[in-house]
Design a protein around this ligand. Structure first.
Ligand SMILES: *Cc1c(COP(=O)(O)O)cnc(C)c1O
Length: 423
């Protein structure tokens, strides 16, 4: 359920016609609905009512300050994976006591910053990282709260690039080696063990892999208890999928129910790190058609719709062959002729496409298209490739909108560069 629908023949975000925003802001731009963001956060979080829990939004999915602040106001914490994300989370007024730091390659500087901020816990991914955290915490005369990220060797049945819980993936510590690491951590002066964590992948469309991983984690927690190590926080990561095309992911409420059932009787606070499921369908990318053309002479004639957004703005199609629905902003009249087209950007790579071999109603230059389901891993993965300024981000509430990130200027592109030559 989202708030992007046709009203009187024009696509609206909540009560605001998309074309009105485009007139003021220009294209391309990312467009988010406050009502959808709130609804998705609430639907996910309230599924765990009746259990001690904390929802920590995965900042990497959508890192705009205003959006992070919206979740902060709803009681949300943050799952961060870099010093930059810590900086954002703090600026967005997220309570540091609700910040979890994940990721396999935390630098010394990043660890120091997180310790000084007083975050809830580090999800530690290697023995060397544990040693590094102990060393820095000792220097700062602080105590670092930690969990280890367990790699449960479970197949999440998703795209290979976003599978993270298989033994062959770079993430976490194998269950068999983790006990030894907990025992080592227990003896460390500046380390306090508070949790166990796992995150097996993203865009999961089935509940079973989550439950399989959870059972392994539960068994492991029991082993820790036997050794006198008590766990306060059980962090189950993120990963619930969304519908881009015809996927049928579990409803967050069913996901929550299955987890609650599995955890019945366990005395700990559950931590959840959802990203995609909260923001994915709460944002779209609006782009203007520049040209249409037909290339003949190959096996079959090929139609192209060339738009002003490109793989640097939305990389998911090129990176993961991801599917995004594309809707004309002006609702096509019934009976409009349909063609099979490639929707492509202006970048000099054949991999620069939004959609391939897609049936779409006939469109003309100057018309607007909405690339749907871009609210997660959309803007946050964008780059300046081809010296393209990053696009604007806009947030709608009711019939009001606000630019929550200005479109970059050419000057922004050169920030930090010098016109210089070595002698
Ligand atoms: C990416 C990530 C998440 C969020 O994943 P989604 O599929 O967006 O819910 C949560 N936790 C960790 C450790 C991650 O790396």
């Amino acid at each position: 359920m989202n708030h992007f629908t046709y009203k009187n023949g024009v696509l609206c975000c909540e009560d605001k016609p998309v074309q009105d925003i485009a007139k003021e802001v220009g294209t391309p731009f990312y467009l988010y609905s406050t009502a959808t963001l709130q609804r998705h956060f609430d639907a996910f979080d309230s599924g765990f009512d009746g259990m001690k829990h904390q929802t920590c939004f995965a900042v990497k999915a959508c890192s705009n300050l205003s959006i992070l602040h919206l979740f902060a106001q709803m009681g949300g914490g943050a799952d961060i994976v870099s010093g930059g994300e810590l900086f954002r989370a703090m600026k967005a007024e997220i309570d540091p006591q609700k910040i979890i730091y994940s990721g396999a390659g935390k630098t010394r500087t990043e660890i120091r910053e997180a310790l000084e901020a007083g975050i809830l816990m580090f999800n530690v991914e290697s023995p060397q990282e544990l040693d590094r955290i102990q060393e820095i915490a000792a220097e700062l005369k602080l105590t670092a709260r930690i969990a280890f990220r367990i790699n449960p060797d479970v197949d999440p049945k998703t795209h290979a690039y976003i599978s993270t819980g298989l033994a062959k993936n770079k993430f976490g510590i194998p269950v068999d080696e983790a006990l030894e690491e907990y025992l080592r951590a227990k003896e460390m002066e500046n380390i306090e063990i508070v949790g166990v964590s796992c995150h097996i992948g993203s865009q999961l469309t089935q509940i079973d892999p989550f439950i399989e991983a959870l059972r392994k984690v539960k068994n492991f927690v029991a082993k820790l208890e036997q050794k006198g190590i008590h766990i306060q926080y059980l962090d189950l990561g993120g990963g619930v999928g969304i519908t881009y095309d015809d996927e049928q992911p579990p409803h967050p409420v069913d996901y929550a129910a299955a987890i609650k059932e599995e955890l019945a009787g366990m005395d700990c606070t559950l931590i959840l790190e959802p990203g995609r499921v909260i923001t994915g369908n709460a944002g779209v990318l609006i782009t203007e058609i520049q040209y249409t053309k037909m290339n003949t002479g190959g096996e079959k004639e090929k139609r192209f719709v060339i738009v002003d957004a490109a793989m640097n703005d939305l990389s998911r199609p090129s990176l993961y062959s991801a599917y995004h629905e594309i809707l004309p902003v002006q609702e096509p009249a019934e009976g409009t002729e349909q063609h099979e087209v490639d929707v492509v950007g202006p970048i000099c790579e054949t991999g620069d496409f939004m959609a391939r071999d897609r049936m779409m109603p006939e469109v003309q230059p100057g018309e607007l298209l909405a690339v749907m389901s871009c609210g997660a891993y959309g803007f946050s993965m964008s780059s300046n490739y081809n010296s393209r300024p990053k696009v604007a981000e806009v947030l709608v509430s009711g019939d009001q909108f606000r630019v929550i990130r200005q479109r970059e200027s050419y000057e922004d592109l050169l920030r930090g560069e010098e016109l210089t030559a070595l002698p």
